[in-house]
Design a binder for this molecule. Structure first.
Ligand code: EPZ
Length: 421
């Protein structure tokens, strides 16, 4: 199993081009199932999650070719069982978002229930309620959901809770339903907007993505498209925190600034200078980080996927900060690991109170989930001595060759492959 070893102290300096967004790529891969044609995706990030989704599409009968540019041909899907098996769904929950497209296009699908997750229970009740409102017959058995519908019909549906995946699943299903669908209390994340943009390029009729109400006029058919994936606001944000805490200066080329306002606002509150330039976002790390309070919210609020990284920023700030997590009930697994590195932080309910320390100290730590592992890499960049991060397969799910990209900015970091743990 690989591990990553970081020696702290180097300032991050230079330019980095932000990669395509994981959470957009995965959903657009699913959207390819809505067409019988070929869909070509560009700027695809080289991530294990994207490869898992490609494997699932192949299991469903798609032909998938390429890597940075991915060609997906869904012509062969209908002949197969339209089933998303447990062995794939358990490795990546986003697999459940094949449900809407398969049901809408083929009138039937069988998808494994995802089970629990490190950061929370993460049920899919809203996905199922939304698809039921569009006329799906749903039956749960033996750990699977079986969905059937001769043809879905338009409907009005209000989500009980704002869910990114639920919005995307039901929105995709509604594109081929008979009639008009009105979805309320939907997620407004940029990845929802990006999916709607691609679906409309495929011939769908979606209005309102990015607001809390989305309307979809069902059509009979969608066609394949060629689309370049938008840059990843979370990868950009993670590197921005790295520049901030190391007192560095980094230009994030293609950073999707319009999708990062809450993040940039909090960086500036912490004394970090962020300058929007024609090519992207330039981040200057200050001599002293100011304490900052953060509460995670659905977009356009502060993203939960940046919570762990911001805890590292607060852990070396001059003063007390509070970080409150409102989206997932168990997203503090990085706290005990950061405490091992000398961070002064304490969990109290869904809030962590953090008193900044002068310097963290390097230690051997364990990655527990994707963003938690990113926070451990960031902490290693500013810690005294060596930090060894284990279970980095979590990191590879959402960051492409992060050690090489950070080394390109001057970090002293390496991956040790196949290390005996
Ligand atoms: C997406 O997950 C992202 N994943 C997550 O990013 C991100 O943290 C999350 O949205 C929130 O922004 C992808 O896009 C692949 P949700 P998703 O449904 O869709 C509850 C990362 O690090 N809920 O918006 O699974 C749920 O339990 C990942 O890249 C229900 O109760 O998140 C949670 O508390 C991690 N019932 C809340 O809603 C449902 O049917 C938000 O979950 C669905 C969700």
């Amino acid at each position: 199993m690989d591990k990553i070893v970081v020696h702290g102290g180097a300032r991050l300096e230079g330019e980095l081009r932000v990669n395509g967004a994981k959470n957009a790529a995965l959903l657009i891969q699913c959207a390819a199932l809505l067409t019988s044609g070929k869909t070509t995706l560009r700027h695809v990030p080289q991530l294990s999650d994207v490869r898992t989704m490609s494997r699932l599409l192949e299991r469903l009968g798609c032909a998938v070719e390429g890597d940075r540019t991915l060609a997906i041909d869904a012509a062969g899907v209908g002949d197969g069982p339209c089933e998303a098996p447990y062995d794939l769904v358990k490795t990546m929950r986003a697999s459940v978002t094949v449900m809407g497209p398969l049901l809408a296009r083929y009138g039937r699908t069988k998808v494994s229930l995802p089970g629990g997750c490190a950061i929370g229970a993460r049920p899919i009740d809203q996905h199922l309620k939304g698809l039921e409102a569009l006329g799906a017959n749903i039956e749960l058995s033996h750990g699977y959901v079986n969905l059937e519908a001769e043809r879905l019909h338009g409907a009005a549906f209000v989500f009980d809770t704002v869910t990114v995946g639920g919005t995307q699943n039901v929105m995709m299903a509604a594109t081929l339903a008979k009639g008009t669908t009105r979805l309320e209390n939907v997620a407004r994340e940029p990845e929802v907007q990006e999916l709607a943009t691609v679906l409309n390029k495929m011939g769908a009729q979606i209005r309102g993505a990015g607001t809390s109400v989305i309307e979809i006029e069902g059509v009979d058919e969608l066609v394949g498209v060629d689309h370049a994936i938008l840059p990843d606001r979370i990868e950009a944000g993670t590197i921005a925190v790295g520049a901030a805490i190391t007192g560095g200066e980094v230009l994030l080329l293609d950073a999707p600034v319009d999708h990062m306002h809450s993040l940039i606002g909090k960086l500036e509150d912490a004394g970090v200078q962020c300058v929007v330039e024609p090519e992207g976002l330039r981040v200057y790390g200050p001599d002293q980080i100011e304490p900052v309070d953060v509460v995670t919210r659905p977009h356009p609020g502060f993203p939960t996927d940046m919570q762990a990284q911001f805890m590292v920023l607060a852990s070396v700030a001059k003063g007390r900060s509070m970080v409150t997590e409102t989206i997932f009930e168990n997203r503090f697994m990085h706290v005990p690991e950061l405490q091992r590195m000398g961070a002064d932080m304490h969990i109290s309910g869904n809030t962590v109170v953090i008193r900044g320390v002068d310097r963290l100290s390097g230690a051997t730590v364990m990655a527990t989930d994707l963003r938690a592992s990113a926070s451990l890499v960031l902490a290693g960049l500013v810690a005294e001595g060596e930090t060894e991060i284990r279970r980095v397969y979590h990191l590879d799910r959402g960051y492409e060759s992060i050690e090489e990209r950070l080394r390109g900015l001057g970090a002293n970091i390496e991956r040790v492959s196949g290390a005996r743990m």
